[in-house]
Design a protein around this ligand. Structure first.
Ligand SMILES: Nc1ncnc2c1ncn2[C@@H]1O[C@H](COP(=O)(O)OP(=O)(O)OP(=O)(O)O)[C@@H](O)[C@H]1O
Ligand SMILES: [Mg+2]
Length: 284
């Protein structure tokens, strides 16, 4: 018998989503609509209080919309029967690694999530090992979690989510509390998961540099999406970005100033690309 398979290319879809924390309070999100395709790496940028964490918590049914709908693989998060499947499909990693570590030994911590999903003991070992290898923490599997660096803890937290085999990971400012080394470790890990393991990523940050290598960047301000495009398209909006309190990367600022003065270097996102394009312009 042929089973009917519906392919839902949109892994995550927000449809006119409004969210209020209190019944008569202000709207934290105001009619937000967007979707994320399978395999995409999307960055959400926004100033403090713009609504980023609210989006993260709505994306796997930790919160349910006040108005509108959120769909995970076509499943409405408001249907109670979808709750478990939604949480298995979209895993959320939060800002503070210390709040996410629950066990004293690394491998026990990573096993916690899948154990809660009632994964069989025989499969558990393989899942934990695979997840730890994925984030480069396998050698640390017997280490004590409280002795790890911030970046290592955050990678263990990501492994804990991976062990539940999600199709999409939402990371809510996972690098905000880390030093530059920890930030690089986490960023490289997430990029690799997206490229090599085809995991869909929604990466929330207020560091503009982290947006440069995304497929797509959305900017949130005051509960609304005000920009949605490639990093090059978004970084061109220097004045708007500054107006909503985001630090525009120096290269983007310089490129915009030169463009204003009749010297268009094209789409520039990194210092290397800037130098290269500038020299070419001077020689040409
Ligand atoms: N538990 C809560 N109760 C009431 N209001 C809240 C609650 N959490 C957030 N808010 C409000 O909702 C709005 C959006 O908050 P949210 O946490 O989504 O922003 P954010 O972009 O994640 O901010 P940050 O950069 O500080 O993490 C803010 O105005 C905030 O004050
Ligand atoms: Mg937040």
């Amino acid at each position: 018998m042929l089973e009917e398979i519906t392919v839902e290319e949109k892994l995550l879809r927000f449809e006119n989503v409004t969210y209020r924390y209190e019944e008569d309070g202000e709207e934290a999100l105001k009619g937000v609509s967007f979707s994320v395709q399978k395999g995409e790496f999307v960055v959400i940028l926004g100033h403090n209080g713009s609504g980023k964490s609210t989006i993260a918590k709505l994306s796997n049914s930790i919160y349910l919309p006040t108005e509108g709908n959120v769909y995970v693989n076509g499943m409405n998060t408001q249907d109670e029967e979808n709750e478990m499947q939604c949480r298995k499909t979209v895993g959320v990693v939060f800002q503070n690694p210390d709040n996410q570590i629950v066990a004293s030994i690394v491998e026990e911590d990573v096993a916690f999530g899948p154990e809660n999903l009632c994964v069989e003991q025989s499969q558990l070992r393989a899942r934990v090992d695979e997840a730890l290898k994925s984030v480069g923490m396998y050698e640390y599997r017997m280490h004590e979690t409280h002795k790890l660096s911030g970046g290592q803890k955050q990678r263990v937290a990501i492994a804990g989510i991976l062990a539940m085999r999600p199709q999409c990971i939402v990371l809510d400012e996972p690098t905000a509390m880390l030093d530059p080394k920890g930030r690089r470790e986490v960023m490289n890990t997430v990029r690799r998961l997206n490229k090599d393991e085809n995991i869909t990523v929604l990466f929330i940050t207020h560091f503009m540099e982290e947006a440069a290598t995304a497929d797509r960047v959305m900017v949130v301000d005051d509960g609304k999406i005000i920009l949605d495009g490639t990093p090059a398209e978004v970084f061109k909006e220097v004045e708007l970005l500054q107006k909503v309190g985001l630090d525009v990367p120096e290269v983007a600022r310089l490129t915009a100033m030169l463009r204003k003065n009749g010297c268009d270097l094209g789409d520039i996102l990194t210092e290397d690309a800037f130098v290269e394009a500038f020299i070419r312009k001077m020689e040409g």
